[in-house]
Design a protein around this ligand. Structure first.
Ligand code: ADP
Length: 626
């Protein structure tokens, strides 16, 4: 039988695993038990919809057994089992979703993070085994297959016999060495306590033959040993337990196991609701975004149980998109078991639960923001984009629910603040919430337009995410206060006197400005302005589309040609204005060169690409060498 090779990335991951950089070897057992429990869940669910499949609920169980002499540990389930193809697909590839970076000389943390991202899963068993055999028969087939592997150099699959469906995993436990006593996994007491610690909540019984010491003769202190099958776990799902009976650590372990995270969750949200609708839910806010969170592949949803059966692994309807990062479980008796997925979507009960859950998560975040700002900021840095996206998505219908949860960087405080906090601190007579956008805080703070507003001692919200301006545009206002982009050409910050002055300068130089405007097709207007203190030029915009928004549109795959209406503003107080006026009279050709150079300067400051850099650099050199 030829050995099949693991896919190359899987092989490397396996190498990492076998060389046991994962310090906690114990977790292999909970991974195998958790897989067995999933297989039992799948079988129960199939039996609901497929009349041919008969399942006696009480028979469903997970069995552990060990043999000290032969150094084997077995994890057996009578769940759905796997076909040959499934064995190949599920156990032949570790990282199903493909590419990730293996670097030379990775640090210990980097290595565990890679493993963590993909869930240690079945392969963690190689941390404690020299060889693993998986005998499995699928519910859909008569034949069974035996998958065997001794680690990174491949695996074999051979036809085999098995009386009924399910999976039997045999681990050949490694020999003890100086560093680690692998024999602990062949010890009754150890195994019992590992099950209790990591897998107590599993809803199916985990059975093992255990030794009982029975007192035979009290006087002589004689004991008799007998063997009896015991159920090791309490079988009460953790979300059904009273909150006060569960340790935070148990919730965290459950989360890490169930949702394949190597880190504890940032927040655990248990709740039990009785009333119009009754359900238990156990929700988690992860402390970091899953590796695929910002990709198409990420599927949101909560695990949905009804009457003790897992109906759906990821019920998307239970979570709004803006809370798609939330993981968890919902268990209700209020849904019919035989409900089809299509009907489930229409179910009023489900809608009610979803509404409650949305409210619960929101309240939790609101109080985190109030009571533990540091924690909230850590949350917001990870998932804030999703909330801001939620503000403008779906025609901004959810904006009021989210407007107090979003934060922006404040120029004055040099840290994140909420819009409410900005409004509270507004100066007397200030009726506008100022914002500025750009690629980074540093870039924004050096924008010419920012200077004028900061000079008047107004705070400015700095927008650095591509979604930010869309979010602000969708909000329109906060507490009756309108938002204004400091780069808006219509920004009204000048005194009446200054306005008069500017108006006059522009009128007096109208033909010069028109000629500049004709030279630069990309701008709608060229004007002298008062707003630039030290800078010579800047670009501002008219209308709804700002320069930053145009950049987002430009980056979209199917460009819609949405363009900002730009104004080139020239600082009238800057010596360059005088120069322009002189050249306009004396040397038209030179005047137009200056015009192009100044426009390019404004483009660079605004972070816009220069389309003809060689031409511009030539112009600059021409002028410099005069
Ligand atoms: P994960 O459980 O995170 O998907 P694993 O590597 O632990 O990753 O398992 C890979 C897949 O193999 C599972 O998703 C499941 O389809 C299958 N599998 C593992 N163990 C069993 C089992 N005992 N019974 C049926 N299928 C199993």
């Amino acid at each position: 039988m030829a050995k099949k090779q693991f896919q190359s990335e899987s092989k490397r991951l396996l190498d990492l695993m076998i060389n046991s950089i994962y310090t906690n070897k114990d977790i292999f057992l909970r991974e195998l038990i958790s897989n067995a429990s999933d297989a039992l869940d799948k079988l129960s669910y199939r039996s609901l919809t497929d009349k041919k499949i008969k399942v006696k609920k009480d028979d469903l169980a997970i069995q552990l057994s060990f043999d000290k002499e032969n150094r084997t540990l077995k994890v057996i389930d009578n769940g759905c089992g796997m076909t040959k193809e499934e064995l190949e697909d599920n156990l032949g590839t570790i990282a199903k979703s493909g590419s990730f970076n293996f670097k030379e000389n990775m640090s210990k943390e980097e290595k565990s993070s890679i493993i963590g991202q993909f869930g240690v899963g079945f392969y963690s068993a190689f941390m404690v085994s020299d060889k693993i055999s998986v005998l499995s028969r699928s519910i859909d087939e008569e034949d069974a297959n035996l998958w065997e592997s001794e680690g990174a150099d491949g695996y074999t699959i051979t036809p085999a016999e098995k009386k009924s469906c399910g999976t039997e995993i045999t681990l050949h436990i490694k020999e003890d060495n100086d560093e680690f006593q692998y024999s602990k996994y062949l010890d009754e007491y150890e195994l019992k306590s590992l099950v209790k610690k990591y897998s107590d909540y599993i809803r199916f019984p985990i059975k093992m033959e255990c030794t009982h010491h029975e007192l035979k003769d009290e006087e002589k202190h004689e004991y008799k040993d007998s063997k009896e099958v015991e159920t090791l776990n309490s079988m009460i799902p953790i979300w059904k337990k009273k909150q006060k009976d569960v340790k935070e650590e148990d919730y965290e372990n459950f989360y890490m196991d169930k949702f394949n995270d190597y880190d504890k969750p940032l927040k655990v949200i248990p709740s039990s609701v009785e009333g119009m609708i009754s359900y238990q839910s156990l929700l988690f806010i992860p402390s970091h975004a899953p590796y695929d969170y910002y990709t198409q592949e990420y599927e949101k949803g909560l695990a949905l149980y009804s009457h003790g059966v897992l109906i759906m692994e990821k019920c998307a309807d239970l979570l709004p998109d803006y809370f798609s990062f939330v993981k968890g479980v919902v268990d209700t008796e209020d849904l019919s078991l035989n409900i089809s997925r299509e009907l489930l979507q229409e179910s009023q009960s489900l809608k009610l639960i979803a509404k409650n859950i949305e409210g619960k998560i929101r309240k939790e975040l609101e109080s985190m923001l109030k009571e533990n700002r540091e924690e909230y900021i850590s949350f917001f840095k990870t998932f804030g984009v999703q909330l801001k996206y939620g503000v403008y998505n779906n025609f901004a219908q959810d904006k009021d629910k989210l407007k107090d949860l979003i934060m922006f960087y404040s120029a004055k405080h040099e840290k994140l603040i909420t819009i409410g906090e900005y409004v509270q601190e507004m100066k007397e007579g200030q009726d506008t919430i100022y914002y500025a956008s750009g690629a980074s805080i540093a870039k924004i703070s050096s924008l010419p337009q920012v200077e004028q507003v900061r000079d008047k001692d107004y705070d400015i919200l700095y927008l650095t995410d591509y979604v930010d301006e869309f979010c602000i545009t969708a909000l329109q206002e906060y507490d009756g206060k309108k938002f204004a982009n400091v780069s808006d050409g219509g920004l009204d910050l000048e005194s009446e006197e200054e306005k008069e002055e500017t108006k006059k300068v522009n009128e007096d130089n109208s033909s010069l400005l028109k000629e500049m405007c004709d030279e630069i097709k990309e701008v709608k207007e060229v004007r002298f302005s008062n707003k630039l203190k030290t800078h010579p030029v800047c670009l501002t915009t008219k209308g709804d589309v700002s320069i930053e928004m145009q950049k987002v549109f430009d980056a979209m795959p199917n460009q819609m040609g949405i363009k900002a209406e730009m104004i080139l503003e020239i600082n009238e107080k800057h010596p360059i204005s005088q120069k322009l006026k002189e050249l306009y009279k004396e040397d038209k050709e030179e005047f137009l060169k200056y015009t192009r150079i100044l426009y390019s300067e404004a483009q660079i400051i605004a972070g816009l690409p220069i389309e003809n850099p060689t031409e511009i650099s030539k112009l600059i050199c021409d002028v410099l060498s005069k």
